[in-house]
Design a protein around this ligand. Structure first.
Ligand SMILES: Nc1ncnc2c1ncn2[C@@H]1O[C@H](COP(=O)(O)OP(=O)(O)OP(=O)(O)O)[C@@H](O)[C@H]1O
Ligand SMILES: [Mg+2]
Length: 252
């Protein structure tokens, strides 16, 4: 089966000299949630913006395929037309428009019904006549995802959807993402919350300084001692005496 997204050896530069992505390769299939974890400045947002075509003349090197079709260095609107939807960290809402106006704007005259979004997020129906900027963080995230869904994405790129949300609210958003993936959409989920991301992702990659230092199934990453220590905050039991007493060096 052809991957929905296939990025190979992607390199992205800012101002022709700041190398933000360095040889990034990954594949995401239909219905799969692929997590991207990593510290601040690792290049997570740059990866999503590169795929979505928002960085002019980037990637500098490498290829990006959408269902077998090359999309690197195309215009963002062209990439969007092919079914790639990017939800930025700031959620990209029309702040002064109401909930229903935001949803209608996302339809752009296409078929599709805000009702399906209200079914997924009933609170949005209650808030339908309220301006987007007056919504809570969680409601704004639901609206951003709702807008993205109305565009029937083949590939959904999400930048830190849980940012600023209470855990219970984030859980609701993540449950919705799982439902969306079950419908066949491929999802790239950039997350700072590794614990929750690894719970819903099928596979994931750790990005550090523009490189993928580790990639595998969510289970593999959850079991990896370095991931446990650096991302999940689980410190391994103290080594036995006459074993290694120094702090274990990370392998990447
Ligand atoms: N518009 C820009 N111009 C120049 N450099 C940039 C630009 N945007 C990002 N960078 C640099 O590229 C690198 C990767 O940044 P990016 O925003 O992709 O990281 P991130 O992993 O999303 O971080 P965070 O977790 O803080 O959101 C950083 O060194 C950053 O300073
Ligand atoms: Mg970012």
């Amino acid at each position: 089966m052809t991957a929905v997204l296939k990025a190979a050896s992607v390199e992205t530069l800012y101002f022709d000299r700041i190398r933000a992505l360095c040889g990034v390769s990954l594949e995401v299939s239909a219905g799969e949630i692929f997590g991207v974890l990593g510290p601040n400045g690792a290049g997570k947002t740059t990866l999503l913006r590169t795929i979505a075509g928002f960085l002019q003349d980037q990637p500098e090197k490498g290829t990006i395929e959408l269902s077998g079709r090359r999309i690197e260095r195309r215009k963002p609107e062209e990439i969007a037309r092919l079914g790639v939807v990017y939800v930025p960290e700031d959620r990209g809402l029309f702040r002064e428009l109401t909930v229903s106006e935001n949803l209608e704007a996302a339809l752009w005259g296409r078929r599709g019904q805000p009702d399906e979004i209200y079914e997924m997020f009933p609170i949005l129906r209650e808030r339908r006549d309220q301006q987007a900027e007056t919504l809570s963080g969680g409601e704004q995230q639901m609206l951003a995802i709702g807008r993205a869904l109305l565009r029937k994405p083949r590939l959904l790129l999400l930048d830190e959807p849980s940012l600023g949300l209470a855990p219970s609210v984030a859980d609701g958003v993540f449950a919705a993402l799982q439902q969306i993936a079950r419908g066949g959409t491929a999802i790239v989920l950039v997350e700072q919350n590794a614990r929750i991301a690894l719970r819903i992702a099928h596979r994931a990659a750790i990005l550090e300084s523009g490189r993928i230092v580790l990639q595998g199934t969510a289970e593999e990453l959850q079991e990896h001692p370095d991931v446990r220590e650096a991302y999940l905050g689980i410190v391994a039991a103290l080594p036995q005496k006459d074993f290694r007493l120094h702090r274990r060096r990370r392998r990447w």
